[in-house]
Design a binder for this molecule. Structure first.
Ligand code: NAD
Length: 262
């Protein structure tokens, strides 16, 4: 099915790995020019850009922004507008994690987590919004988590940021509901990425079991009992960007193998 995204300009944060990369690949396949951000080795990022652009005949650029800094986030949006003429699709995907009891939670990790997982999305949205309003079209997708809908122990900053991201999503959606601009949050379950892999490794070490067995333990609370793939996340995001999805706004949409059903 053609989603009608050919020629759209997309900005996907945290797209050098994991879900963001999956989202960038699917949007490129749908014909979008894509600005990716995220850390990584320069050579590997170059390889990714060339591979995605070559495969789908679109432009793929990388902005080395550190999302913890307001001025850099604002500049990232400006850079994308300059390169592609617009930010039609903004995917606030980048995120970090820290796991610790609240009384032991390092204050600087709390600050960093809130900055990257929540405040960066605010700065990106507020900077991209005037252009979207002017053009009368826009799609904003914020990658929250099942942790944006239900809390977990030892993840105070992550849970607070993700609940906050859903609140930001809903408020923005209401502001622009008549402007052909939608703003939604997606709430994935477990996807095997740079963020979740260490959490599997902790279980493997604690229980003295293999990575595969530890994955099964991690996935025991996810009813479909398998990792969701970055491509599945990408397809979901691309659908939300389509015209068919235009009445969907202000939603926190689960893609979690059934976690939130229980
Ligand atoms: P990942 O570690 O593979 O990707 C994170 C991306 O964010 C990377 O590209 C990284 O370079 C980038 N990033 C981190 N800090 C940054 C900073 N300060 N400035 C710029 N870029 C930065 O992990 P992932 O699992 O693909 O995470 C993507 C999103 O999905 C996150 O928001 C995460 O909270 C969310 N999520 C993950 C899972 C999961 O199971 N992995 C589940 C639900 C939600």
């Amino acid at each position: 099915m053609d989603l009608g995204l050919k020629g759209k300009a997309a900005l996907v944060t945290g797209a050098t790995s994991g879900m963001g990369l999956g989202i960038a690949k699917v949007l490129a396949e749908e014909g979008c020019n894509v600005m990716i951000t995220g850390f990584g080795e320069a050579k590997e990022i170059e390889r990714l850009k060339t591979e995605i652009a070559g495969k789908h005949g679109v432009k793929v650029l990388h902005d080395p922004v550190d999302l913890a800094h307001e001025d850099q986030v604002v500049q990232m949006v400006r850079n994308t507008e300059k390169a592609f003429g617009a930010v039609d699709i903004l995917v606030n995907n980048a995120g970090i994690q820290h796991v610790a009891l609240v009384e032991e939670f390092p204050v600087e990790r709390w600050d960093a987590l809130l900055a990257v997982n929540l405040t960066a999305a605010f700065h990106a949205i507020r900077t991209a919004m005037p252009g979207m309003k002017k053009r009368g079209w826009g799609r904003i997708i914020n990658n929250a988590s099942a942790s944006g809908l239900a809390a977990s122990p030892k993840k105070t900053a992550y849970t607070a940021a993700k609940f906050g991201l859903i609140g930001l999503t809903k408020s923005v959606a209401l502001e622009v509901a008549e402007n052909q601009i939608t703003c939604n949050a997606i709430c994935p379950g477990w996807v095997l990425t740079g963020m979740s892999r260490p959490q599997v490794e902790v279980i493997a070490q604690r229980e003295g079991v293999s990575f595969e067995q530890a994955s099964k333990i991690l996935l025991s609370s996810q009813p479909n009992k398998r990792f969701i793939t970055p491509e599945e996340i990408g397809r979901f995001v691309a659908y939300l960007c389509s015209e068919a999805a235009s009445p969907i706004t202000g939603a926190a949409l689960s893609i979690d193998g059934g976690i939130m059903a229980g």
